[in-house]
Structure formats: structure tokens, C-alpha cells
Design a protein around this ligand. Structure first.
Ligand code: PEP
Length: 252
């Protein structure tokens, strides 16, 4: 675990979850005991349809609720989209932007993602900006160049509030594959150096999450890597016991 930053474990539920899934959140809240809550932050990002119900259930507890994407505009003729302000109005505190499934499946550019991060701040939300290379880019030796370009262009030049960056190799998402701890250390170290060069002291305090096939069995090893300040978890976050076991893995 890197430095003194308080780890964050965020669950990305993707397009999973119905009203009955509030039971999973209830279990997470109930089992997020004081010892764990004293050491690691938890964030659950359900689909937009469940934001209000989840935020209502989490109210008064220490589990935060986030969305998986937002539009950069305040309001208007954008059928099917939701604004950062709507997410905040639903009671959420954070939003994932630039997930590789949005970059690839919805053609989102670094500039789009940068605008979404600014929209998140405008609405008082914490943006979690995702970056990561494809398998082909890794095989071509382009990992650091790709990730550094994504960080440079997806994270705004000035930071009026907190931001989190999630390094998620595209080939590790949902595949059961993970990079070696050495590979994770190389990328997270490079992102940290880039942030410090760009933002000075502020760059030291930005939490860097690792994401991609994190599960209870590999969480402790991945979370022990320098400059890894938590995890962005997909599939395993749908199960309260697994999600909490990953959170415990952050505690050394
Ligand atoms: C993700 O979608 O952000 C993710 C990391 O998924 P998984 O944990 O299932 O690989």
C-alpha cells in the first residue's frame, strides 16, 4: 500500500442489479464494521436505476454510492444520458468516468472524459478517471505511453477538488488475468511521477486504484504494491462477502 493515503475500494456493478440487489448493499453496510471502516473507504456504483434506492439505504452509514458514467452537460437533449447534477441529486457522491467499456463501446475520447471529470466537480462529485492499455498495446510495449497519454488528456489541468485515478489494463477486466505486481508497480509509479510533475504536492495525494480481476485471493498482494491506494472491482463487487474480503486485503 502506498504511503499514507487512505485506501478506497470501489465496486463497479456495471449493468447488473435489480431492486432486490439492495440486499447486497445492506449486507455490505452491516458487515463494514468499525475496524474496517477505520482503515478503508468503500464506494458502491450500481446502475443508474438503483442510485436513489442505494443512496437512501446508505444514508447515515459510511458506504458511499457512485454512478458509472455521466454526461458532461448540465441538462438538455441527450436522450438516455444522465448529468452529474442528476447523480448528485440522487444522493450519490462519486462517478466513474472513462471506463474502458465506455471508451471502447461508446467511442469516448480523452477529451470527453476530461469534460466529464469537470462536470463531476461542478456537481460536487468525486470523479474516478479510468485509464489502461489493451492487450495489443501491452504486447507492443506501449503501456506506459498509452497510460501516460490518457492521464495527461483525461485528467483536467487544474484540480479544484479531489480526483481518483484507476489503472485498469483492459485485458485484465473480467478475464481473471492480472498483471504481475512488478507490472502494476511500474505503471502506478509512472502515474505517480507524472502527477507530481504536473500538480506538485497535490499529485502526491491523488489515490491510484488498481482494477482488473481483483478478487479476495489476490487483493492483499495487489494492494501491497507501492502507489496502489485501493481497488476498482467489477465482478467480485456483486457479492458482499467478496467485496468486503477485498477491502480487508487493503489493510495489510
Ligand atoms: C471493472 O470493470 O472495472 C473491473 C475491474 O472488472 P473486474 O473486476 O470484473 O475485472
Amino acid at each position: 500500500m502506498a504511503g499514507n493515503l487512505r485506501p478506497l475500494v470501489a465496486g463497479n456493478w456495471k449493468m447488473n442489479g435489480l431492486k432486490a440487489s439492495t440486499e447486497v448493499l445492506r449486507a455490505i453496510i452491516n458487515d463494514y464494521d468499525a475496524a474496517l471502516a477505520g482503515r478503508v473507504d468503500l464506494l458502491v456504483c450500481p446502475p443508474a436505476t438503483l442510485l436513489t434506492a442505494f443512496a437512501d439505504l446508505a444514508q447515515g452509514h459510511r458506504v458511499a454510492i457512485g454512478a458509472q458514467d455521466c454526461h458532461s452537460e448540465l441538462a438538455g437533449a441527450f436522450t438516455g444520458d444522465i448529468s452529474a447534477e442528476m447523480i448528485a441529486d440522487a444522493g450519490a457522491a462519486a462517478v466513474i468516468v472513462g471506463h474502458s467499456e465506455r471508451r471502447a463501446g461508446h467511442g469516448e475520447s480523452d477529451a470527453d472524459i476530461c469534460a466529464k471529470a469537470k462536470a463531476a466537480w461542478r456537481a460536487g462529485l468525486l470523479p474516478i478517471v479510468c485509464v489502461g492499455e489493451t492487450r495489443a498495446q501491452r504486447d507492443a510495449g506501449q503501456t506506459l505511453a498509452v497510460v501516460e497519454r490518457q492521464v495527461a488528456q483525461s485528467v483536467p489541468d487544474t484540480l479544484p477538488a479531489d480526483v481518483v485515478i484507476a489503472y485498469e489494463p483492459v485485458w485484465a477486466i473480467g478475464t481473471g488475468l492480472t498483471p504481475t505486481t512488478g507490472d502494476v508497480a511500474e505503471v502506478h509509479g509512472a502515474i505517480r511521477r507524472q502527477l507530481v510533475a504536473r500538480y506538485g504536492g497535490q499529485g502526491e495525494s491523488i489515490r491510484l486504484l488498481y482494477g482488473g480481476s481483483v478478487k479476495p485471493s489476490n487483493a492483499a498482494e495487489l494492494m501491497a504494491v507501492e502507489h496502489v491506494n485501493g481497488a476498482l472491482v467489477g465482478g467480485a463487487s456483486l457479492f458482499a462477502a467478496d467485496f468486503l474480503a477485498i477491502a480487508r486485503g487493503c489493510c495489510g
